[in-house]
Design a protein around this ligand. Structure first.
Ligand code: CP3
Length: 351
């Protein structure tokens, strides 16, 4: 018996597509659909900081609901951030507008790793409360919870902020594998506590973002990252909800990322879904993969690209994929016209 109770949403197209059933329509949602592309978000955020918002259950609920109300998407994604569990555990960090997460004291050696705090579930109680408000507010729309994967969190902690080349991260990985695995083990524990808190509060699916894993070779990914991501997925399996795994530029890693234990593999725009299914293998659903920059190219281009992706997704299903969830290949860009997203949702539902 699962220790989790959640809403029964067996007819939701998003959950049907994620679990190999036949959805009543093609489900669509967008990564980073909440936030800066929405004027109603920018208005409320004038008075409150990003991280502060993530620990305010009412704001978590409101910011999660904004894109759902506006666009008519088939799933909501919890308003939070991948660094929220690190902040909750007591790591000194901030999210700097236009930059991203910035860590006050980067993790550079074994002493820093040993000093990392653990996360206690009550430290993310505000997030869990936000989830509870949402399960009431969302009606029959599923709620996706999420976390950053251990590698992506490690990169922020080691580099101290966003990084193009991840050189310090890769240096630790190769030069001091023991410290590396201790760090990833600690981050895996934090990620599991964070996801389990969301699951206990009622999220209907989870997505693990390994946003920067695409910087790794397949061999390094398998040796230094996969065992930890695998443990995350294994430790949340008992909830029985769909598990999605996504990273940007991960074309070469798609098979291994599926092996980590995902039911759904997210694909960016660089790899067509017909090729993604070959790399992932049969038995999993695919999510993606419209280039977010295409949303700036006008309605005709957007519709043509959408038809191409839907066609490739249907072909991928004949090749063994168990379903398709329409999404972008990465998050909504801040300058995106939200009207274009609403229009796109309508078009996908019409097709
Ligand atoms: O709509 C949603 O997707 C829900 C919320 C969400 C946020 N961050 C809110 C946010 C999600 C799913 C994330 C995940 C996240 N955060 C990832 C993984 C996904 C990806 O993009 O690959 C990563 C790498 C982060 C780290 C992070 N946080 C970055 C790179 C940034 C952007 C920094 C900037 O200002 O350009 C953030 C900040 C952030 N996270 C914002 C939002 C709405 C913008 C902050 C603001 O409004 O001031």
């Amino acid at each position: 018996m699962s220790t989790y109770t959640r809403r029964r949403l067996s007819d939701a197209p998003f959950l049907a597509a994620a679990t190999g059933a036949t959805p009543s329509r093609r489900p669509v949602w967008f990564m980073r659909m909440a936030g800066r592309s929405l004027p109603e978000y920018r208005e409320l955020r004038k008075r409150v900081g990003m991280l502060e918002s993530c620990f305010d259950p009412e704001l978590v609920c409101e910011f999660t609901m904004q894109p759902v109300r506006r666009h008519g998407v088939d799933a909501a994604i919890l308003f939070s951030d991948i660094v929220v569990p690190l902040k909750a555990a007591g790591i000194d960090l901030d999210i700097v507008p236009g930059v991203g997460p910035v860590i006050a004291s980067p993790v550079r050696d074994v002493a820093d790793v040993r000093a990392l705090p653990r996360l206690r579930p009550e430290e993310v109680g505000a997030v869990a409360e936000g989830v509870r408000l949402l399960t009431a507010a969302l009606g029959d729309i599923p709620l996706i919870g999420f976390a950053g994967a251990p590698f992506t969190l490690a990169s922020y902690l080691i580099e101290g902020g966003p990084s193009k080349n991840h050189e310090r991260t890769k240096a630790m990985m190769h030069a001091d594998p023991q410290t590396w695995h201790a760090l990833l083990g600690a981050l895996t524990d934090i990620t599991i506590v964070f996801l389990r808190a969301q699951l206990a509060a009622g999220v209907d699916a989870i997505q693990l973002f390994d946003s920067w894993a695409g910087a790794l070779s397949l061999a390094d990914y398998r040796r230094f990252v996969l065992p930890h991501s695998e443990r995350v997925f294994a430790e949340v399996a008992d909830a029985g909800v769909p598990r999605i795994h996504f990273g940007i530029g991960t074309g070469e890693l798609l098979g291994a990322m599926g092996e980590a234990g995902a039911d759904v593999v997210g694909v960016d725009w660089r790899v067509p879904l017909t090729e993604a299914v070959r790399r992932v293998g049969p038995g999993k659903a695919l999510q993606g993969n419209l280039d977010p920059a295409v949303l700036f190219a006008g309605p005709e281009v957007i519709r043509a690209e959408t038809r191409r992706i839907v066609g490739e997704a249907d072909e991928a299903i004949t090749m063994g994929a168990t379903g398709h969830i329409f999404n972008l290949g990465h998050g909504v860009l801040p300058d995106t016209d939200p009207g274009v997203l609403t229009e796109l949702v309508g078009y996908i539902h019409e097709l």
